[in-house]
Design a protein around this ligand. Structure first.
Ligand SMILES: [Fe+2]
Length: 321
């Protein structure tokens, strides 16, 4: 019998689980590691509550799920290269330059539904997040299950998208984001660092990922990232564009009901399955700061490739988005 305190994330739902009070010692227990991994595979998202808020614990907990991916790109700030090379530091000071108008409000640090590394051929297994500086309002991270999104698709859209492959390109200019965008979506100022990221990415091949894939356990997953999607492989036509728009609109609409939005506490850590779950960031009032730490769990689902069989070893592929 498990010594872990496990609950569903939302009562009555298969998506997501909650584990309270795991200790560093428990993260090294082989039986518990096996149990937590089985839970992760079944639920797609685990919120760990009442965890010691340290980089040491962050790495220990991440290690339960597999080896960490370090980021060779020096452009990505690390917490402590020496002791915690896999922990990425994401800081947003008050009043950053980036601004959005969304649903009549001015916010910063908003991100649409996406999976990480869509612009890469390989997809990391998972990310583990914790919050060090939490805005007084909002600043939430949202998660929606691709299995539930697939089931929620209208049958005619589902029939067209199942079997399609989506083309993705690194694009951090938020004014270019449009698939499924909320009504009245407006970018009033880009992140000043976006330009440099875009220059780094110039000339890189596009990545291709199936819009729907089937897990070993048999469920079909809708795995389309509206952010950075460019078109359908072999069908870069107005009809193909309209299909991505229809699927993206479905994702944004269904997520209003299906998404879990995590309101952060300093003692939380959270892991999501990047092969199954889409995530988004709610954004926050620019007056607040926000700081997150993240690790990335190595791995690949083996279904992505670069367009035309191209290869790439560009540093831009090691970005965290
Ligand atoms: Fe992300």
């Amino acid at each position: 019998m498990s010594t872990l305190d496990i609950k569903p994330l939302v009562p009555g739902r298969a998506f997501g689980a909650r584990i309270s009070g795991i200790t560093e010692e428990q993260t090294r227990d082989p039986a518990l590691r096996g149990e937590i991994n089985a839970l992760f595979e079944a639920s797609g998202l685990i919120v760990f509550e009442d965890v010691e808020p340290s980089s040491r614990m962050h790495v220990a907990l991440s290690d339960v799920f597999g080896p960490l991916k370090d980021h060779p790109s020096k452009a990505v700030p690390r917490v402590d290269q020496e002791n915690f090379p896999g922990v990425i530091d994401m800081k947003c000071a008050p009043y950053p330059a980036q601004r959005f108008q969304i649903e009549g409000r001015e916010i910063t640090q908003w991100l649409p539904w996406h999976f990480d590394h869509a612009y890469n051929n390989e997809l990391n297994r998972a990310g583990v997040l914790r919050a060090l500086d939490i805005p007084a309002e909002d600043g939430m991270t949202g998660f929606v299950d691709g299995i539930e999104l697939y089931q929620a698709l209208a049958p005619d859209v589902r029939a067209k998208i199942d079997g399609a492959n989506i083309l993705y390109r690194m694009n951090v200019f938020m004014k270019d984001f449009h698939f499924g965008a909320p009504e009245g979506y407006q970018v009033t100022a880009e992140n000043p660092h976006a330009e440099a990221v875009m220059q780094e990415a110039e000339g890189e091949p596009r990545a291709v990922h199936p819009a729907v894939w089937t897990r070993a356990s048999g469920e079909k997953v809708l795995h389309v990232s509206p952010w950075m999607a460019e078109g359908i492989e072999g069908d870069e036509t107005p009809e193909g564009t309209a299909l991505i728009e229809a699927v993206s609109r479905s994702i944004f609409e269904e997520a209003k009901e299906l998404a879990y939005w995590h309101r952060w506490k300093p003692t939380d850590m959270l892991i999501w399955d990047n092969w199954r779950v889409l995530h988004a960031v709610s954004g926050h009032d620019p007056q607040y700061s926000r700081r997150m730490h993240r690790t990335t769990i190595k791995g690949d689902y083996g279904l992505g490739y670069f367009e035309g069989g191209a290869s790439s070893d560009a540093k831009v592929l090691e970005r965290t988005y």
